[in-house]
Design a protein around this ligand. Sequence first.
Ligand SMILES: NC(=O)c1ccc[n+]([C@@H]2O[C@H](COP(=O)([O-])OP(=O)(O)OC[C@H]3O[C@@H](n4cnc5c(N)ncnc54)[C@H](O)[C@@H]3O)[C@@H](O)[C@H]2O)c1
Length: 351
Amino acid sequence: MSTKEKIAIIGSGNWGSAIARIIGFNAARHDSIETDVHMWVFEEQIDGKNLSEIINETHENVKYLKGVKLPTNVIAEPDLAKAVTGATLLVFVMPHQFLPRTVPNMKNMYAPNARGISLIKGIEFEHSKPMLISELISKTMNGMDISVLMGANVANEVALDQFCESTVGTYVPANGEVWKKVFDWETFRVSVVNDVPGVELCGALKNVVAIGAGFCDGLEFGGNTKAAIIRIGLEEMMRFVEHFYEKVNPGTFFESCGVADLITTCFGGRNRKCAEIFAKSKGAKPWDEIEKEQLDGQKLQGTITAKDVMTCLKAADVVGKFPLFAKIYMISFEGEPVEDIVKFADVIAKH
Ligand SMILES: NC(=O)c1ccc[n+]([C@@H]2O[C@H](COP(=O)([O-])OP(=O)(O)OC[C@H]3O[C@@H](n4cnc5c(N)ncnc54)[C@H](O)[C@@H]3O)[C@@H](O)[C@H]2O)c1
């Protein structure tokens, strides 16, 4: 039996495909990892042909990462149980709303010593408290150790080999080193920290701040205002992590997953773009319509996360301590005027 690590990627969207390219390169160059990497593809028809077949024939995900070639050792597999068979390293990378219907189909086909890593940005809640996606995966996978990878990593730029950094958060330092081997590449520099909640919540919460930044752009506010939204957003991200989790490492916020990801998401990325369109329509255009028109099957995370964050804040009775998060929610879902993005006094007074 092989003692080499065997990687399976669960998801093949924009980020899934971009990171599959780097994983494929690393699997091919490290002796301790099997060269072939299986990537589970949620099957779709493109011009009458299966997406998985197109990927295996052309080495391109023509729907989610057009124009970028994947290494030939990345093999698309539409059957999830087959994709994970014998895998020791499971990379979870799909919009989090699809996790519950996907994970149970893995039927324990992966290796008994398997470890996982989540690249998923989002938040769930249980008993009105936040629950990390990594915790949720671990729970469904019989307590499997799940690390996280987050950073200033817009998929299309990573796919073009534009230099960036990323952060692995782990509970088990030895697993952190394994994941570093899987992801670290000359144009994709990975650092490891022992802080899963800090890294993961940075990744989820910055999408909410990006909605606020998009509102500023739609309202044609200048750089000063957007910078203020980003600063207040960072402060509320830290406060959220400190409120709901103990032992948070403030240094995490200076890693790529913190301030760097926040900046890139507030200037590029799908959340900012959709929020700009929402603001230009004065809040009249429904989010699902914007998502459909702009994202071609990709998912908008920031609005879902804004809702989940608000649920947690209300349950903990701390809305007043998070006026920016609250405003973003109220504008997005309660019909508040978009211009009110910079008026916090009412939230603080009311709560
Ligand atoms: N795109 C980025 O730049 C980027 C960067 C870092 C992290 N992320 C995060 O990575 C995660 C995955 O994002 P992405 O960009 O790879 O995805 P995406 O939004 O590009 O693609 C959607 C994916 O969902 C799949 N899908 C559609 N319907 C499905 C169903 N019913 N069941 C299962 N799968 C279904 C599609 O096949 C596709 O692979 C998200 O949490 C995202 O926030 C994205």
